[in-house]
Ligand binder design. Structure first.
Ligand SMILES: [Zn+2]
Length: 396
């Protein structure tokens, strides 16, 4: 049965791997720190009579055999963190799953820790789950480099060397269903005074790179009427996009997080500005309409400069499995509410592979990717108990 005290103790113990002086966690994907954390997880699983294996990208699976040889029920999340991460993002899902595994299920149950969910060491994130689901090519992932030039392949070799007894199994395979417990990373549950959320789905996200091309000129001699100032054009574009994507209910999320001016010299009219766009919406039609309208709005606002808008990535909204969600809602009763995930998760890729669902527990004030990230033992226990009830039902 679920032991809340042990779960809490393990959350604190795992957080020692990569502990920051300010109470947070810095546990980069495929680092030796993460390998040590995996060693701890493997030891806890072994105590419970479970076996461990990894795969070509370092995804970690802790397996409870079933009475019958069936595709496993997969439960988990990730244990890598942002450099300024907290103790619970990802780690909570893995440890809640470990606590929730039954003694003798009919169907095998596997606890999983996906590789590089955060994307802060190797971009983009959700690398392990994407490869598992066949959404990304393994060779392409192995060649990705971190900021120091280290490839995923090199980092994996270090991880495997640090865990020499860990068998490397085949990538992917049939999965009965996937469940990911996670902290909410928002304030919806806290404001509702509820301990559990049944996640309806993930909002979609499109990212773009924009280049505004103008003409460099002397800040003292060039008349303003004849300038093609790329910075002013980009500023007009940003204002136009803010208006275009805004809605009264504040549903669409629009962010320009990167803005690069060149030549970035005090007395030169800028000839070029490059900026990023991160656009998110829970509704696929709205995301398509807004995203498709960006390029024309930028071109109009940027004139007489020219504008190039390139789409870098597209993830449409995904709805989780209606049957699993209904089961979770029934098991949780009054303690739970349905809610949308505003952040991305490994569950996005698993949803394309098998019936998938997520459970959220509250985190204080929605603070996350921050050392102050905080949850309560009561909420941690509630999420693990719902996870255990779901495993019981789905592994029967
Ligand atoms: Zn996470």
């Amino acid at each position: 049965m679920v032991n809340g005290a042990r779960l809490w103790q393990r959350l604190q113990t795992l957080a020692q791997h990569g502990a920051r002086a300010d109470g947070g966690v810095d546990r980069p994907a495929l680092s030796l720190i993460e390998a040590e954390a995996k060693r701890t997880l493997i030891a806890w699983a072994a105590e419970a009579g479970m076996t461990a294996r990894t795969d070509a990208l370092g995804n970690l699976f802790l397996r409870r055999e079933g009475r019958e040889d069936l595709p496993p029920l997969l439960i988990g999340s990730h244990i890598d963190s942002q450099p300024t991460g907290g103790k619970y993002d990802g780690a909570y899902g893995v440890l809640a799953a470990l606590e929730a595994v039954p003694e003798v299920p009919r169907r095998p149950v596997e606890v999983v820790a996906w590789t590089n969910e955060e994307g802060s060491r190797f971009a983009p994130g959700m690398m392990g789950s994407a490869a598992f689901a066949g959404a990304r090519d393994i060779a392409e992932i192995l060649a990705c480099r971190d900021a120091d030039g280290v490839t995923v392949e090199q980092a994996l070799a270090e991880t495997f060397a640090a865990l020499p007894d860990l068998p490397i199994g085949t990538m992917g395979g049939p999965v009965h269903a996937y469940l990911e417990p996670h902290i909410e990373q928002g304030v919806v549950l806290e404001q509702a005074g509820l301990s559990l959320g049944i996640v309806t789905g993930l909002q979609g996200k499109r990212t773009f790179a924009v280049t505004i091309q103008g003409e460099a000129a002397h800040a003292g001699t060039a008349p303003r009427a004849t300038r093609r100032d790329a910075l002013l054009a980009a500023a007009r574009a940003a204002t136009a996009l803010d208006a275009l994507t805004g809605d009264p209910a504040d549903i669409a999320r629009f962010t320009i997080g990167r803005f690069v001016v060149s030549p970035n010299a005090p007395s030169v009219v800028p000839d070029r500005v490059q900026f990023s766009i991160d656009l998110r919406h829970p509704d696929g039609d709205a995301l398509r309409r807004l995203g498709d309208a960006l390029a024309a709005a930028i071109a109009t606002a940027a004139a007489p400069c020219t504008a190039l808008t390139e789409e870098l990535s597209t993830a449409w909204p995904s709805l989780f499995d209606a049957g699993l969600r209904a089961d979770l809602a029934r098991l949780a009763g009054d303690a739970a509410m349905p809610l949308l995930s505003m952040a991305g998760h490994d569950a996005r890729f698993l949803a394309a592979l098998c019936p998938t669902a997520m459970i959220f527990i509250p985190c204080a004030a929605g603070v996350t990717h921050h050392p102050a990230e905080s949850i309560t033992p009561e909420h941690a226990l509630a999420g693990a108990q719902l996870t255990a009830a779901a495993i019981e039902l789905w592994s029967r």
